[in-house]
Design a protein around this ligand. Structure first.
Ligand code: AMP
Length: 213
């Protein structure tokens, strides 16, 4: 399947993407994960992206489109892809539309995961992430078995730099201003599936129903 997962930070895009990859071998592509890996590795891309990310601002559209133009051409995208955290602005959505048309690709749909702001705030402040493999934990509902250590790979489980209260509040404002308008964009394209759900299983069920799986 070829999907865009739209939703505020903390709406559950990553969790839903991981569950969907298990259904048909589609690959999860998270621009946030790609950027965090670049920052950790100290690459040119990482150096360019680091300050904006730490403040909870968006990285420039040019940088993101450069990453995605290469990423979508990789072999593992052939069975399908779940775009998690991309596109995030109208110019990115326009550029993606052109890019897909050139590649002869058609998306199945755009899943807009709509979660109330208080649930999002609670999730983001209690979320913890493995810096090695990206596995997500929650200090209240899903802590690692051993504190600070990833169950899957043994890597360090920490709070992300952009999950301080100040950066979270900025990320949500940036989402409302720059990314929320994408729902209208894809509505007009006839591709939008909005799911009001706080459980990822409910989102998966809605996607399955929409795609007839
Ligand atoms: P995420 O893990 O998706 O919340 O992304 C973390 C941070 O990476 C964001 O707050 C942005 O600074 C940056 N980022 C990720 N994806 C994009 C994108 N498509 N456009 C611009 N910035 C992005």
């Amino acid at each position: 399947m070829k999907l865009i997962l739209l939703g505020a930070p903390g709406a559950g895009k990553g969790t839903v993407a991981k569950l969907l990859t298990k259904m048909d071998g589609s690959v999860q592509i998270s621009t946030g994960d790609i950027l965090r890996a670049a920052v950790a590795a100290g690459t040119e891309l990482g150096k360019k992206a680091e300050a904006a990310m730490k403040a909870g601002d968006l990285v420039s559209d040019d940088l993101i489109m450069g990453i995605m133009a290469d990423r979508l051409k990789e072999d593992d995208c052939k069975p399908g892809y779940l775009l998690d955290g991309f596109p995030r602005t109208i110019p990115q959505a326009e550029a993606l539309k052109t890019m897909l048309a050139e590649m002869g690709e058609v998306l199945d749909c755009v899943v807009n995961i709509d979660v109330p702001r208080d649930v999002i705030l609670d999730r983001l402040t209690t979320r913890r992430t493995c810096t090695d493999c990206g596995e997500i934990y929650n200090v209240k509902s899903n802590p690692p078995k051993e504190e600070g250590k990833c169950d899957k790979c043994g890597g360090p489980v920490v709070q992300r730099d952009d999950e301080t209260e100040e950066a979270i509040s900025n990320r949500l404002d940036v989402y409302n201003e720059k990314t929320a308008p994408l729902a209208g964009f894809y509505e007009k394209e006839g591709m939008l599936l909005t799911v009001n759900a706080t459980s990822s299983d409910a989102v998966i069920d809605a996607v399955k129903a929409k795609l007839g799986k």
